[in-house]
Design a protein around this ligand. Structure first.
Ligand code: TYD
Ligand code: MG
Length: 457
């Protein structure tokens, strides 16, 4: 049997190192390496105890007709079902990650209550709160009358024994993965070894029984306990629950999904009675707009299959510093540098003596390059002090040569803009394949081919 030796495991990413250091070589996080023994880890033990068992390989084509689409449990909470790609998949494991206090337990309790009311057997295992506390929360959510089964357990073997009692559960929620521990590993709960070994046992249970399992994972900053990233590769789906302090809305973002699309989001608003669905996020993000002001441009963006309109705000101010400041919230800062460089090189607009601040309204985060044009418009507007028309939306990618490039889903973006009362759009020339002619949208479009065209205007 292999000798147990000391190793150091990064609690943020799971990287294993033979010596301690202040910074993890793999993910660059500081103070996340923690000493954990290897004995009793996953797969430990003499291999000779178990004799090999012959499996069976099947030909893919022989399976046709035998297997339907992944069987799902639909929660009825539209925004949650959208993020999971149509409901929880039976026999699969889903990880719901997020900062502590963001509302993971609240969301899952609401989903559990809704499902249990519809006759599903739902078990909610809380390792963090006592049953009475969970019940109090359920009461606040108006869900205390729902037949959800509650358990306060942290040992994986005990949990599996508890839920195997009686009818097979349709959905098991484990809150949270960091509190679980299994007899198979001898590290403390919350360490990478324990979190992985526990998750593995739970996932094996899901696959063998066909129950859907949801693991809750806290995102941790200090590395004292293992983060949800260490189990991301083991589960079938990963959702992250995000939100800005000071804002009431929360975004459930699909990061990984073996049974559906990964770029979906679900939008919720936290109220005193739990999370409320926000069916039209654009109205929420544009809700605080007060007419036209210099430096503000509305970007017609897409999140998965859904258009989302959001305001981009820029402030360009004379800088007292030798090296002017560039600060970005909600967008990629290297992308901002690129847009500034393109504006300087191809459009003759100077930012070199100015501080540049860029903010996406409402604490929203944009990852699409299609926002380039809206950012450029906001920057030029702030620099010149001229407000952009309040009834106009912007989208389009900008290349280093200064050309405006087409982006996907132009029609959907325009339709959403029209629905919200915008009548003009600055967008790329509809380049490609499947797009219908632009006029169909009813929004008047100006289609610059280069950024200089737009700036000249
Ligand atoms: P919670 O679901 O416990 O967060 P997590 O499980 O992600 O750690 O949410 C806790 C926060 O949500 C807490 O700050 C209080 C707030 N909250 C409400 O505003 N309204 C509610 O109805 C509930 C249940 C919680
Ligand atoms: Mg919680």
């Amino acid at each position: 049997m292999a000798k147990s030796r000391v190793q150091f495991i990064c609690q943020a990413c799971g990287h294993v190192s033979t010596r301690w250091s202040g910074k993890c070589d793999a993910c660059g996080e500081w103070n996340t390496l923690v000493e954990e023994g290897t004995a009793g880890g996953i797969g430990a033990g003499p291999a000779s105890l178990r004799s090999p068992r012959k499996g069976r390989a099947v030909v893919l084509t022989s399976l046709s007709g035998e297997i339907e689409d992944a069987p799902r449990i639909v929660s009825g909470i539209g925004e949650l079902d959208r993020a999971t790609g149509g409901g929880f998949v039976r026999g699969s494991a889903l990880l719901v990650g997020g900062d502590p206090g963001i509302g993971k337990s609240t969301l899952l309790m609401q989903a559990a209550a809704a499902l249990a009311r519809n006759g599903h057997r739902i078990v909610y295992v809380s390792g963090e709160e006592a049953v009475a506390q969970v019940r109090l929360r359920a009461q606040r959510l108006g869900a205390a009358d729902s037949p959800v089964e509650l358990a306060a357990e942290t040992n994986v073997e005990d949990i599996l024994a508890t839920i195997s009692d009686g009818k097979r559960p349709d959905l098991v929620i484990l809150d949270s993965i960091q509190t679980l521990w299994t007899d198979l590993a001898d590290s403390a709960p919350g360490t990478v070894t324990q979190v992985r070994a526990s998750a593995q046992a739970i996932i094996r249970y899901a696959k063998s029984t066909g129950a859907a399992v949801v693991l809750v994972g806290h995102v941790t900053k200090e590395g004292q306990i293992a983060g949800p990233r260490v189990v991301e590769h083991m589960v079938d789906g990963v959702l992250y629950f995000e939100g800005e302090g000071g804002h009431h809305y929360r975004i459930l973002r699909t990061v990984k999904n073996r049974f559906g699309p990964t770029d979906e989001i679900g939008v919720f608003e936290m109220s005193d009675k739990g999370l409320r669905e926000v069916a039209n996020p654009s109205e929420l993000f544009l809700g605080e707009r007060h007419g036209a002001a210099p430096g503000a441009a509305v970007f017609a963006g897409m999140e998965g299959t859904r258009p989302v309109l959001v305001e981009i705000q820029a402030l360009v101010a004379p800088s007292p510093l030798g090296t002017p400041r560039r600060a970005v919230v909600g967008w990629d800062s290297s992308r901002l540098s690129m847009i500034l460089a393109v504006l300087e090189a191809h459009c003759g607009v100077r930012f070199s003596t100015n501080d540049v601040y860029l903010n996406v309204a409402g604490g929203y985060r944009i990852s699409e390059p299609a926002a380039d044009l809206a950012v450029a418009a906001a920057l030029v507007s702030s620099l010149t002090g001229l407000a952009l028309p309040a009834d106009c939306v912007y989208f389009g990618e900008i290349s280093l040569s200064g050309a405006v490039r087409p982006v996907a889903h132009a029609q959907q973006r325009l339709k959403e803009a029209k629905k919200l009362g915008f009548v003009r759009a600055i967008s790329p020339v509809a380049g490609s394949r499947d797009e219908e002619p632009a006029q169909a949208s009813g929004v008047a479009e100006f289609q610059p081919t280069t950024l200089a065209d737009l700036v000249a205007r």
